[in-house]
Design a binder for this molecule. Structure first.
Ligand SMILES: [Zn+2]
Length: 319
């Protein structure tokens, strides 16, 4: 089956033509997500038209379109319920009307972290795992949970996706969500510069000379032996492990999947994070397996494909 996946990310909009669980063609474009969704729709329409033309297809031949948004999404009513500084105009936008008018094919819409988890479970490195949680280290920290092969959505559509806002320091920094001491406020790419600069010894550290204080520069300087960066990274690992421990305790997974930019250093970080979580979790049945997403840039697109194909089969009564 052929579907189009549109992943409205914070920095880039990724658009793929997905064929039977594989990315057949792919392109991306800057998102300028702070300025809203609607200013970028014409570009998305053009890119989709180009992808179809390049692959000698028409929109009518598609089995559907999947859309991912970084916010709280009602997948049943196909609406965006709440956003946090990205695509704020998506809340009042009728995706149904847009897709009907532009493409006239079945479509689904989902939170981006849920789509990524579906991608890893159904088409990625976690195939066969029906009970899984995911933590994605992007600009912020996204999470999702799956129980018995079903993405957890919940009564108010926010189940599983607010793990970046688990509290890992009740006396910590204010978060953009209104809460205090969230793992995202303590240890995400957007909060690292704030947290690092207030930490004793920053000005004398090698990190102070870096162009940007981010995951990459902290890990690089820690690995190069900078004392400040080493102890800072230790602290960050504590926060990530605390967030993951909360996910394990909350959702009882067999598989824990980590993804996002931080996993570029997976060989160095994953064993440390895993060890810290396993020290802390109460799982008398055994130990969850830890994986890094194999192709993190494709997880959302592939998850949208799975959800779109499922919707197509439901709509058409095809098994
Ligand atoms: Zn928060």
């Amino acid at each position: 089956m052929d579907t189009i996946s549109v992943d409205f990310g914070g920095t880039f909009i990724k658009i793929g033509l997905i064929r039977d669980g594989h990315v057949a063609d792919f392109t991306d474009t800057p998102s300028y997500s702070g300025k809203g969704l609607t200013p970028r729709l014409a570009v998305v329409e053009t890119i989709v038209a180009e992808l179809l033309e390049k692959n000698a297809m028409t929109a009518g031949e598609l089995n559907g379109i999947g859309i991912a948004i970084p916010g709280l999404v009602d997948a049943t009513e196909k609406r965006v319920l709440s956003t946090n500084a990205k695509y704020n105009d998506a809340i009042n936008f009728s995706f149904t009307r847009w897709v009907d008018k532009t493409f006239n094919v079945p479509f689904i819409i989902e939170n981006d972290a849920r789509a990524a988890l579906a991608g890893e479970v159904f088409h990625g490195g976690a195939q066969g795992s029906e009970d899984a949680v995911m933590m994605i280290f992007g600009t912020g920290i996204g999470t999702a949970a799956m129980i018995n092969g079903q993405l957890l959505r919940g009564k108010h559509h926010q189940a599983g996706v607010l793990g970046g806002h688990f509290i890992t320091d009740h006396a910590g920094y204010m978060c953009t969500c209104g809460n205090k001491g969230c793992v995202e406020a303590q240890a995400s790419n957007w909060s690292l510069p704030i947290v690092a600069r207030e930490r004793a010894g920053f000005n004398k550290s090698r990190l102070a000379d870096a162009d940007h204080v981010d995951y990459k520069s902290v890990v690089e300087n820690a690995r190069a032996g900078d004392d400040f960066s080493e102890s800072f990274l230790e602290d960050l690992i504590e926060h990530w492990a605390a967030g993951l421990t909360n996910l394990v305790h909350a959702y009882d997974p067999s598989t824990v999947i980590l993804s996002g930019g931080l996993m570029k250093s997976k060989d160095y970080l994953l064993p440390k994070i895993k060890a810290r979580v396993l020290e802390r979790t109460w799982t008398p049945w055994g130990q969850p397996e830890f994986l890094a997403a194999e192709k993190p840039e494709h997880s959302v697109l592939l998850g949208l494909h799975h959800l779109t194909v499922t919707e197509y089969r439901k709509t058409k009564g095809v098994l």
